[in-house]
Design a protein around this ligand. Structure first.
Ligand code: FMN
Length: 164
């Protein structure tokens, strides 16, 4: 029996947030957006350089205060954009702060290109947890949002079936 669910995500340009809100609608779970103190400008082309650098160097940027305790939850949905073929630095910060080894985890990624690499790297960062679902989206806001929404809904429903 799953009692408490938390959705945790970071999103620079809205795609990961779009999926987070679909999950929130279905599960009515609590939601936590990770906000780095030094945020990149989503409309600057420099974001690729700085963000790619941070991701490649495995940086853990300082986050604004987190007002939910992930350890109080049984199931966590974790979402990230793919940066430089890996998960984004704010998720790296988040994962370094908590021991999630007794949690059930479902992960999603949003990327411009193929989804396999980002999902694989994100999964391996969570290898001590029980990953009960994973899925990759290709920029859902730009590529058929309705279809992406349907895909997200069936994925979440499939996960939640286990707990009904
Ligand atoms: C710094 C940076 C690096 C990126 N690196 C990749 C990448 O390696 N592979 C890829 O497929 N997409 C890459 N992208 C594209 C994003 O993963 C994609 O646009 C994603 O949907 C963004 O999610 P968001 O809107 O929630 O921020 C990158 C974007 C940024 C800003």
């Amino acid at each position: 029996m799953i009692e408490k669910i938390l959705i945790v995500y970071y999103s620079l340009t809205g795609n990961t947030q779009f999926i987070a809100e679909i999950i929130e609608d279905i599960t009515k779970a609590d939601i936590l957006e990770l906000k780095p103190i030094k945020q990149l400008n989503p409309s600057s082309s420099m974001k690729y350089m700085w963000g790619g650098f941070q991701a490649t160097m495995k940086k853990k940027p300082k986050l604004h205060e987190i007002d939910k305790n992930p350890l109080d939850y049984d199931l966590l949905f974790l979402g990230t954009p793919v940066w430089a073929w890996t998960y984004s630095p704010p998720l790296r910060s988040f994962l370094s702060m908590y021991d999630l080894s007794d949690k059930k985890i479902a992960i999603w990624t949003c990327s411009a290109g193929g989804t396999a690499k980002g999902l694989e790297r994100f999964s391996s960062a969570l290898k001590d947890t029980e990953i009960i679902g994973k899925i990759g989206f290709r920029e859902p806001l730009n590529n058929n949002p309705e279809e992406s929404k349907e895909k997200a809904i069936s994925w979440v429903n499939e996960i939640m079936k286990q707990f009904n």
